[in-house]
Design a protein around this ligand. Structure first.
Ligand code: COA
Length: 204
């Protein structure tokens, strides 16, 4: 795909079968590391901040924003639905300094933080994830959630602020991951790209 930006930008690292659609805006690709089999849709705005690490089999859907200047980790098989906002840093909302990027230091004191999104996490449309939050492996965050605190693993969350709704069973997801890894990784643990799988007649 000629408009794919994945192999035209100077990323810190980028794996195979990565698609970054042409209308996605990526700021500071040099601090962003991306695994294998990743899709970043059109109209995503992703600022690399201090560091951004995106695992494999990750999808970031249209109109999602990643900003704040801190550290973001998205682990394997995680995804952000359309319109999600992830902030890895914050302005001072409590009156200690001036706010917003037009103001130079020392008048402005933005706080750089982090967001960690665990394996198999899915975040529903238009949710907002605030700085300093870890979303545990396998958590599912519903649409329109405001995530202000850590989320427990393998739990479905809903509402604003996000609160637990029920547990999310892990067994089937772990079984499917194991099966997929058996098919799509070689004996040394390296990802087998689609082009090679197709040559070998394996299903896509
Ligand atoms: C959170 C979610 C996973 C729960 O799904 P579910 O288990 O089928 O939940 P239910 O539909 O049985 O709803 C349970 C209750 O929570 C409420 N609820 C469900 N999702 C909610 C949400 N996102 N925000 C606020 N309330 C919600 C329902 O209204 C219902 O309330 P009630 O008991 O008073 O009637 C789902 O509603 C959701 O938000 N999914 C995200 C969808 C999405 O964003 N998809 C994008 C493409 S992947």
């Amino acid at each position: 795909m000629s408009e794919n930006q994945a192999y035209n930008l100077a990323f810190k690292a980028v794996g195979r079968d990565v698609t970054i659609w042409p209308m996605a805006k990526i700021v500071r690709p040099e601090v962003i590391a991306i695994g294998d089999s990743v899709i970043i849709d059109d109209f995503v705005f992703m600022a690399g901040g201090r560091s951004t690490v995106i695992g494999s089999f990750v999808h970031i859907a249209m109109h999602t924003t990643i900003a704040g200047g801190g550290d973001l980790t998205m682990e394997d098989f995680s995804g952000l639905s359309g319109g999600v906002r992830v902030y890895t840093g914050n302005e001072d909302y409590n009156g200690g300094s001036l706010t917003n990027p037009t103001v130079p230091p020392p008048y402005r004191k933005p706080e750089r933080s982090f967001v960690r999104i665990g394996k198999h996490v899915i975040v529903g449309a238009n949710s907002v994830i605030l700085p300093g939050v870890t979303i545990g492996d396998g958590a599912a965050i519903g649409a329109n959630c405001l995530v202000t605190k850590d989320c427990e693993p393998w739990t479905v969350y809903f509402g604003s602020p996000a609160r637990p709704l029920r547990s999310r069973p892990a067994d089937q997801i772990h079984r499917l991951e194991k099966q997929l890894r058996g098919e799509l990784y070689d004996s040394e643990g390296s990802y087998i790209p689609q082009s090679i799988r197709n040559e070998n007649g394996q299903s896509q």
